[in-house]
Ligand binder design. Structure first.
Ligand code: GDP
Ligand code: ADP
Length: 187
């Protein structure tokens, strides 16, 4: 069966780091999503996101789309199909609302991976270290979406796998077990 590893959780918990690691270590492609948020230093159009204007964003066909901290984000059916052409196991980085939609739409094909950290103050430090602008960090942390995504939503509790991503080595070991299980054909 084809699977999408849906990586979700609050800003700074390591979602992008995990999806990049899955790609380099296990050749698991990531579905690239669309956003109207400005590009961060080091990001590339078509690699990190398809960066859109409000006008171009509205022209795509979305499986789901959300507003997160004032910007629009969306994942397309075409992006999912393109990733599935490359591999039966792919990943996507979504907020928890998008993760809930993915479960409704893809059912058993969606594997939910919720990332968290022991103390949320760690997240502020990580965003500073990542080089985010102070203004962006402050508005992000004040957003209702950020607070919401610190906790695993009720609707995902039954099926989600939770990784507390404090120690990167431990996270790598947990990811290895998950990838092995998902690559093992079920009887
Ligand atoms: N629902 C949904 N969420 C998305 C999509 N693309 C990115 N996100 C989420 O939007 C939020 C903000 O992403 P971003 O601005 O890149 O900041 P990040 O939290 O540091 O990764 C994160 O929770 C992402 O997982 C999408 O297509 N749909
Ligand atoms: N286990 C970890 N320990 C320390 N720093 C981490 C860990 N995982 C990720 N990071 C760092 O935290 C920052 C935020 O990670 P990122 O993957 O961009 O988070 P997200 O995509 O969830 O916003 C990055 O600078 C990343 O290198």
């Amino acid at each position: 069966m084809k699977h999408v590893i849906v990586i979700t959780g609050a800003t700074g918990t390591g979602k992008t780091t995990v999806s990049t690691y899955l790609k380099t270590k296990y050749q698991i492609p990531r579905i690239i999503t669309h956003t109207t948020r400005p590009m961060r230093l080091g990001e590339k159009d078509g690699v990190d996101y398809y960066f859109e204007s409000d006008a171009s964003f509205s022209k795509n066909h979305y499986l789901e789309s959300v507003t997160y901290a004032g910007y629009q984000y969306g994942s397309s059916y075409e992006g999912l199909e393109r990733a599935f052409e490359k591999s039966d196991l792919v990943s996507i980085v979504l907020d928890t609302k998008g993760a809930e939609t993915y479960v409704r739409e893809l059912k058993q094909q969606a594997f939910i991976l919720f990332l968290t950290v022991g103390k949320s103050v760690i997240l502020h430090e990580r965003l500073k270290d990542r080089g985010d602008q102070l203004e962006m960090i402050q508005s992000r942390i004040k957003s209702k979406e950020y607070s919401r995504d610190l906790t695993l939503p009720e609707a995902l509790k039954q099926m989600a796998t939770v990784i507390q991503n404090d120690d990167w080595k431990q996270t790598q070991d947990k990811l290895a077990a998950i990838v092995t299980a998902l690559k093992t054909p079920s009887l």
